[in-house]
Design a protein around this ligand. Sequence first.
Ligand code: OXD
Ligand code: MN
Length: 596
Amino acid sequence: MIDPNTIKNKALLAWVDGIAKITTPDKVQFCDGSQEEADALFKMMMDKGVCIKLNEEKHPNSYYFRSDPRDVARVESRTFICSKSKRDAGPTNNWMDPKEMKAKLHDLMQGCMKGRTMYVIPFSMGPIGGPISQIGVEITDSPYVVVNMRIMARVSPKVLELLGENGKFVPCFHSVGKPINSPEDDVAWPCNPDNTYIAHFPEERLIMSIGSGYGGNALLGKKCLSLRIASAMGKDEGWLAEHMLILGVKEPNGRKTYVTAAFPSACGKTNFAMLIPPAEMREEGWEVSCVGDDIAWIKPAADGKLYAINPENGFFGVAPGTSVKTNPNAMASCSRDSIFTNVALTEDGDVWWEGMTKEPPANLTDWKGRKWSKDLGEPAAHPNSRFTAPIRNCPSLDENADRLEGVPISVMIVGGRRPNGIPLVFEAFNWTHGIYLGAMMGSELTAAAEGTVGKLRSDPMAMLPFCGYNMADYLGHLVKMGKGLELTPHFYHVNWFRKDRDGNFMWPGFGDNARVLAWMVKRVHGEAGAKETAIGNMPSYEDINWKGLDYNKDDFAALMTFDPEIVATQPLKDELYEQLPESLKIERAALLERLS
Ligand code: OXD
Ligand code: MN
């Protein structure tokens, strides 16, 4: 706990005071992010039946939460960009006039924290004091948010020291929107689904979220600050906030190359970020290390290269499908000091989810708190159930993950879930062509996203739900960012999810994706071949390291074909396409010409 009398930043104190007057909490607590503080909060929540401490032997220092079944995921339909002009929010965002939104929120905020504690969380996205890092302060009435934020961000009194008297921070207001007017209101997972708003004011660098306590709706450092607000900052200040993982590839000769990759939600970003190369490649000396699994902040440095940091300090990973087989590093990351939300509970006080083991253990309690059996016809863990795990637990954490200046980026990857017509990998001819590929990205929807399962959704740079301003202007900013660089990263499009006629995946994926990474890295250093095609440069069979994988030449040839009709499809909304920068329209014309 921080003594408010020690806080020098007047703007912060005035903001907290103003919010407290409107929301009328019982008390205000300034958080220091310490273990003692978290222990006290967990104890308070356990005493109230809000969470369960997991079996200390199986998952030390870890806790289990179940949400209200109406509050289980990000709600894109309730997420708004409130720029002064509608045009600046663009054709892909929900927009509301800032004055109108504030008036609406102001009504909902009246007394909304009654009976609750208001927590004030000073945090840094990125290493504290780093040149790419940013400071935020979240106000919340959810102790669950406090204990998650201390894993996902750097919460520390040092942040306030750095702020000093006049330092700037991004104010992040959050409330579950459920005042305690009578004892019945004091439920385990308070929320207000009928009045949920996740509002962003990019011009003011302000976030206001009310009504939901789950994930990106409530942990405001993540999608709200690190993508929506940061993308708007980046546009004004000449940097990039991307929905990208960051990893390092070490070759047998010891050379290290850093890679970022943008994939839409539910495309295995965490798995790719924590990839372990096949044993035969490891024996040769290949290593992959993790810098981050979701977000990259990227800035040009004085040497004319792009440098990236992971603004986060933890993983908020989708649990189902994660196992010691698919992602041992993720399993190790959440093996202790973690929080689990909406997974299933075993009879000995441990967690389980679909895909963790082939057979579910006996006597599970499901995410809704029911005795679970297969006959229920529903999964025991919610498909969007999560682990919140400290990044320091990741066995493959990169040695430079905490470097203030970030790591130099030589490769950028985009891709999605494409069952048909798109090859495993191809290389863009140049930066602008790469951004074009990112702009035209699409992915098949799975249950984790809102929408129809199996439908292809256009998702430019995987930023569709995360761009804090006009998507067309954002794509233009990306093109521009390549201009002044001494060295632009090589750009690639990948597809791990191609299926054959019988619906089977054609590529093993997971660790074997290291074979694709190895080719990319060699390309960057001018040491691997490629043949030019209409859509980009592609590896031949001989260009790939096949040690330990029996994958024949014909299968590879089939995997690398493309369907010109699918490639030529323009998936963007007409309104967005119209607003695109001319350079991307020229890329499109050139592609159509090459295909004809
Ligand atoms: C996430 C997402 O949770 O992209 O990271 O939806
Ligand atoms: Mn994400």
